[in-house]
Design a protein around this ligand. Sequence first.
Ligand code: MEV
Length: 325
Amino acid sequence: MTRRSVARAPAKAILLGEHFVVSGTRAVSASLGLYAYAEAEELKLWPSEIVSIELGLRVTIPGPDLSYSGPAELQPIAAVLRALRARDFDIPAFRLTIRSEIPDGAGLGSSAAASAAAALALAGLVGSDMSRDELFMVTMEGERVAHGNPSGVDPVTVVNGGVILFRKGDGVIDRHERLEGVSLVVADSGIRRSTMGPVSSVLSLLERLGSVKRHLLSAVDEIVGAAWESIRVRSFERLGMLMNINHGLLSAIGVSTPELEEIVYAARRAGALGAKLTGAGLGGSVIALAPFGSEGAVQEAMGRRARWATALYAGVQGASLISEA
Ligand code: MEV
């Protein structure tokens, strides 16, 4: 019988702390109810094949050393393959098909989710279970290729799921299963960009700030810590206010755009407790914290200025195998 294994991994949104997290502050992130799926199927003979439905790409991998020179978009998956190989996963010839509900380049963790789902599906093909730590490390190899200098917050979130307080180097500091008592509305501006560009320009701006850098990072870390406490005690007005301040600082370091500002202000005018860009910025997505009952109005106001807007579950299960045969 042909072996087959299917895995999925969720999208993520950073609620607070993006960019600054690369330089050592804490960040809060949540897994979202949108998924990347990977299906691995055993083939009788090499070459193997990777197919990305959304990207419309198909590449072949000649032999069991799993090396190939594919298009840039699939290099993160190539890095995942190398990481599995380095960990002695004896992967047979395969066809790996990736499909995703998560738009690419929208700040919602599409690359981390595709890498995590691909790694789990391929490991599932040889009947191997991966620990969360191992899956994080393999997914991180994909992220290094996709982002250059990742803090690790995206792979940690898609692998573990939930609402996470994170620090680079420490990983998960604290975690809640889900965000309860308030809605999270996500709007995709439709403006695509890579994460690598904004991350390196923010790092160089921070270097040019001299001693101000330390104070800025310490302010962001305080804001993130206060936001985590607000989530714990369900003080959503305070959480919204902290998200707004965080957005102001992201705007100050140059990663907002007029289009994102319009979506942010539309959400606030429609009753959101807080709204901010999420992820690397310069395009991508905006999140808004909406009290129950006002999510429809917030979603509509954001949707008028975005490609799409919708309320999403924040804090779904992390990457998992969904079938194996
Ligand atoms: C990207 O989702 C989040 C950034 O902070 C980069 C990172 O933490 O790796 C911009």
